[in-house]
Structure formats: structure tokens, C-alpha cells
Design a protein around this ligand. Structure first.
Ligand SMILES: *Cc1c(COP(=O)(O)O)cnc(C)c1O
Length: 361
């Protein structure tokens, strides 16, 4: 039994598209990919003239060093969104497979499943005194009952902000081994000050972790993320990936963002966001009628019967927050990202004023 048994049987020997770039050859006149012999005037150095490397080894090495795994355990992807899509397509038979999600959660898991014709089994998170918890017994039952191939855990959760304890993820991963792949989406783990599920890769082959440069590293437009998984699974996913998934400017930005100096700045920004998150949460919790659970991410889930009025007043002030009231059970909730201290102060003042008009703090 290996993780390859979880891959679609019809894709196990699938070679994928063999691009001109993937054939390892030496030469100085490259006439094999029908590229232009001259650069575009908009690209005087010619750095965009040729198709990019599908999986730049230097990028994989830098991501692996940052995340603590081997380069071969990483597939660089066009954001973690691409990782979600690749996993669904490689493991779920179109029209037949199923994924499990734990609502309220990130919408892309269900979107990718839907586009692929895979069923979505929802095992809602349990709301506890200070945040959300996964119902692992119910998840294990769903995996058995509904032949679920992929279980998407979001940790810290979006929009809930709660961390899923690593020991519980490890136990669950062991329990469903041979039946399902556990996908841990760690888009916000940098803000959690907690070890990554990548540390579980050494002992478990049926786990995949999604990481991204879009949030903590402030590179959302570069579209660089990765899937960390067993090397054999990484290999399968790569064969399902588009021939040239990573635009060269995005890769260049990622390489620069992953050098030591840039990472030190990122780490200090993350610490500031976390400090602001605690300050804002504390202040919001001090407003009677406002509930804010602890968050390990860079946003707060704010609950209040006046959510709708708060949303409108913030918008009038030019502050756009995420209305998450369409999620089941969150009809009084807004997801508010942590901004600069000044922006957070403005949010706080408006929430105070909507909930208790005329009172001053
Ligand atoms: C923002 C977000 C992503 C998307 O990341 P990209 O790398 O930009 O595609 C993935 N998962 C969660 C939970 C997110 O909130």
C-alpha cells in the first residue's frame, strides 16, 4: 500500500505533455520551441523571450529550505489554488470521486471538486468556546461511508482562524491511510507561530501540505505556491500540471522574496500583524455585543447582530471587509483582515460607533 494507490488508476502511468523545455539537451541555438529569435521591445533584455523552466530547481530549493523539506517533496504551483485543483484532478475520478471539507472553510475546494464532477461531503467544524474544532470521528466516518479520496483541512482555518492541532492531524492521517489523502492548507500558518504539517511528511505518505507566498510574503500577484508531499505523488502531480505553469517574472519575484534579507523583513511584518491582531481583537471584545474568537491567522472573524450595518459603514468609509454571512451559521459575521495600525484603529472606531452610537472610548 502506497500513496500511489490513491492516484486515479487511469493516470498512474500517464506521461502528461512533453514540452520542448522538458527534454534535457545541450545547445546554443534553441530552435525547438518555435520561440522568436528576437526579443520584444517591451522586454529589452530578452528575459521573457523563451518559455520558462516548468519547475525551476533553484526555486524548489529555496522553498524547501524555508519550509523544511527536500526539494523533491515540493511541486511549485501557480499559487496554492493550482495545488488544490491538481490534487482533485489527480486523485478523484471525474464524475465519481468525492472530497471532504469542513465548513465554514475556503471556497476553492468545493469549486475545484464541482468543476471536476466530484462530490463534496461536508463535515462541519464544531464551534467551541474559543474557536472551531475539527470533528475527526465524523470525518473518518465520512471517508469510510462516502469513499472520500481527499480531505481538505484548512489550518489556520479561513474564515474561522483556528489551528487544527498537529497531533490530531497525524492521528487522522494514520487512520485513513490507504483510503484518503489528507490535504492541509497552510496559507496562513506563518501567522500561527506553530510548526507546519510539513513536519509530518517524514512519517506519513498520505498527506499533502499547501503553502503560498500570497499572504505572509506579500506576493499575491506573483502567483507562487507549492504542494509539499511524498516525492512519488509530487511526480504524478507534475505530470498533470500545465507545461509552463510558472511565469518567469513571478519566479524572479519569489526568488528575491526568499533570500535571507527579504525573509527577515517578512518575519518582522508577520510579527507586527500578529501583535495588531491581538490588540484589535482585545479592543473589539471589549465592545458589548461584539464577539471575536481567537485567530491564528491575519484576520479576525467578528460576530455581531449589527454585522450588516458595520459592513455598510465601513464601506462608506472606504474600508472593504469580507462579508462571510453567506456561510451557514455565520449570518452575523464579517471577516476583517489585519491592516496597518491606523487602518485597524479606523475599523475599531466605526465598529464602536455602530454598536454604541455616540459613546466615546
Ligand atoms: C488565500 C488562500 C489561498 C490562495 O492562495 P494562492 O496561493 O494565492 O492561490 C489558499 N488557501 C486559503 C485557505 C486561502 O485563504
Amino acid at each position: 500500500m502506497s500513496v500511489l494507490d490513491l492516484v486515479r488508476p487511469d493516470l498512474r502511468d500517464f506521461g502528461g505533455y512533453r514540452s520542448a523545455r522538458s527534454e534535457r539537451m545541450q545547445g546554443e541555438a534553441w530552435l525547438n520551441a518555435n520561440e522568436s529569435p528576437w526579443p520584444n521591445p517591451a522586454d529589452p533584455t530578452g528575459s521573457l523571450r523563451r518559455y520558462p523552466d516548468p519547475q525551476p530547481q533553484a526555486l524548489r530549493e529555496r522553498l524547501a529550505a524555508r519550509y523544511g523539506c527536500r526539494p523533491g517533496q515540493l511541486l511549485a504551483t501557480r499559487g496554492s489554488d493550482e495545488g488544490i485543483d491538481l490534487l482533485v484532478r489527480a486523485l478523484c475520478l471525474p464524475g465519481g470521486g468525492a472530497i471532504a471539507i469542513t465548513s465554514p472553510t475556503f471556497g476553492m475546494y468545493a469549486v475545484c471538486a464541482k468543476l471536476h464532477g466530484a462530490r463534496v461531503v461536508d463535515v462541519p467544524l464544531r464551534e467551541e468556546a474559543d474557536g472551531y474544532a475539527c470533528d475527526f470521528a465524523a470525518l473518518a466516518a465520512a471517508v469510510r461511508r462516502a469513499s472520500v479520496r481527499l480531505v481538505f483541512l484548512c489550518s489556520p482555518g479561513n474564515p474561522g482562524g483556528s489551528l487544527v492541532p498537529l497531533a490530531e492531524i497525524a492521528g487522522f492521517t494514520r487512520e485513513v491511510r490507504g483510503t484518503a489523502l489528507v490535504v492541509v492548507d497552510e496559507a496562513y500558518v506563518e501567522f500561527a507561530a506553530s510548526p507546519s504539517a510539513i513536519t509530518l511528511l517524514a512519517a506519513h505518505d498520505n498527506i499533502a501540505i499547501l503553502r503560498t507566498l500570497s499572504k505572509a510574503h506579500a506576493l499575491a500577484a506573483a502567483r507562487i505556491g507549492c504542494v509539499a508531499a511524498d516525492e512519488r505523488l509530487v511526480d504524478v502531480l507534475q505530470r498533470c500540471q500545465a507545461p509552463y505553469p510558472l511565469p518567469a517574472p513571478g519566479v524572479a519575484a519569489a526568488m528575491a522574496a526568499l533570500d535571507d534579507a527579504a525573509c527577515a523583513t517578512t518575519d518582522s511584518h508577520v510579527r507586527r500583524v500578529c501583535a495588531e491582531r491581538e490588540r484589535l481583537r482585545h479592543a473589539l471584545c471589549g465592545i458589548p455585543g461584539v464577539r471575536v474568537a481567537a485567530s491564528r491567522a491575519n484576520f479576525l472573524l467578528v460576530r455581531c447582530v449589527h454585522a450588516s450595518a458595520i459592513f455598510d459603514r465601513l464601506l462608506d468609509a472606504g474600508i472593504v471587509v469580507r462579508d462571510v454571512r453567506t456561510h451557514a451559521g455565520l449570518d452575523d459575521a464579517l471577516r476583517i483582515g489585519i491592516g496597518t495600525p491606523e487602518q485597524n484603529d479606523r475599523v475599531l472606531a466605526i465598529v464602536r460607533d455602530v454598536v454604541h452610537p455616540g459613546e466615546r472610548a
